[in-house]
Design a protein. Structure first.
Length: 325
């Protein structure tokens, strides 16, 4: 049952991305090689099928608060994985220290945001509550999976680890196949095939496969088109331009966006912990961005330094006539 939402989500995403890739990148798409197909297979397996299925399992066995907290480990995990793949360099200069300290500060702010509340207050009220009709229906959560909390922790950590590995693999793939629409379409096709195989092995009740015109269908369609489609294209483009760590460092900002949307649309109140945590998240983000910006000039100077000796050699090799007398 856990794999069915992922399978339908990836099918909607593939159906949406394939026509876009064929139209928008038909003239600049490079040749599709076996290496690119293998990288797309890894992206579909790690970034789509494994990440989303483990995320759903962890959400069912633990709680949204726990999953939101452990999701903030993504920048640190991506940084370690990028170091192992030699996509990031760890230096003792100001840029390296800024990236490390900024990552730690951002994670600390996310943890403070999640676990500490403090005084509660209202920043701005719009008198809009989209869940007002559900507040008095059933407020008691189920606790049938308390014994599987350790399994939920492992599933959640595995989901974040797979997502960090996907960012590094996507960075490798974008260098060989710099087409974000086509790479996302290939990833969704591979992931949907893998999820179908996994779902056939795990779910034998065909009634669970039926999708009616209800919230399950709309959720799968929206998450497939906007999250697994449009959002992955934007992330792939950002990974191609700035690297995996640059993309992962924006993950804690999701907490700020959710808190703002909850205050505006769900009549939820803010707390001192959310404000302090949000400040730390923004400070950590800017520290990492500053460290990344300091690395850019050094990477831009290298090509000119390699060209200069060849030009000087060519100039020196030109014979100069001597005027005697």
């Amino acid at each position: 049952m856990f794999s069915l939402p992922t399978e339908y989500r990836l099918m909607f995403s593939a159906a949406f991305m394939v026509p876009l890739a064929l139209i928008l990148e038909r003239k600049r798409r490079p040749k599709l090689t076996w290496v690119v197909l293998f990288q797309a297979f890894l992206c579909g397996l790690i970034g789509a099928a494994a990440t989303q299925n483990l995320y759903i399992v962890s959400l069912a066995l633990t709680s949204p608060t726990f999953l939101a907290a452990i999701s903030n480990l993504l920048p640190a995990i991506t940084f370690v994985v990028a170091l192992c793949f030699r996509q990031e360099k760890l230096t003792l200069g100001y840029s390296g220290i800024a990236k490390i300290v900024g990552t730690v500060v951002g994670i600390g702010g996310a943890m403070l945001f999640t676990f500490y509340r403090g005084p509660v207050f209202t920043i701005w009220s719009t008198h809009i509550d989209l869940l007002r009709q559900y507040h008095n229906t059933n407020s008691v959560s189920s606790s049938s999976h308390k014994n599987n909390h350790a399994l939920g922790f492992l599933a959640g950590f595995g989901s974040i680890l797979c997502f960090g590995i996907w960012l590094t693999v996507q960075a490798k793939m974008s260098k060989r196949y710099p087409c974000p629409y086509s790479s996302t379409a290939l990833m969704c096709i591979m992931g949907s095939i893998q999820s179908v195989i996994f779902a056939l092995c795990m779910e034998r009740d065909w009634n669970q496969w039926k999708m009616g015109w209800d919230i399950r269908l709309w959720t799968a369609a929206y998450s497939g088109i906007m999250v697994s489609g449009v959002a992955v294209v934007l992330m792939s483009w950002s990974v191609q331009k700035r690297g995996a760590l640059f993309v992962s460092i924006f993950a804690p900002l999701v907490l700020l966006m959710v808190a703002l949307a909850s205050c505006l649309l769900l009549e939820e109140k803010s707390s001192l912990g959310s404000v302090l945590g949000g400040v730390l998240i923004v400070c950590g983000l800017y520290m990492v961005l500053w460290g990344k910006s300091k690395e850019e000039p050094s990477s831009l100077v290298l090509p000119s330094s390699t060209i200069a000796p060849r030009n000087s050699k060519n100039i020196d090799s030109v014979p100069v006539p001597l005027n005697v007398g």
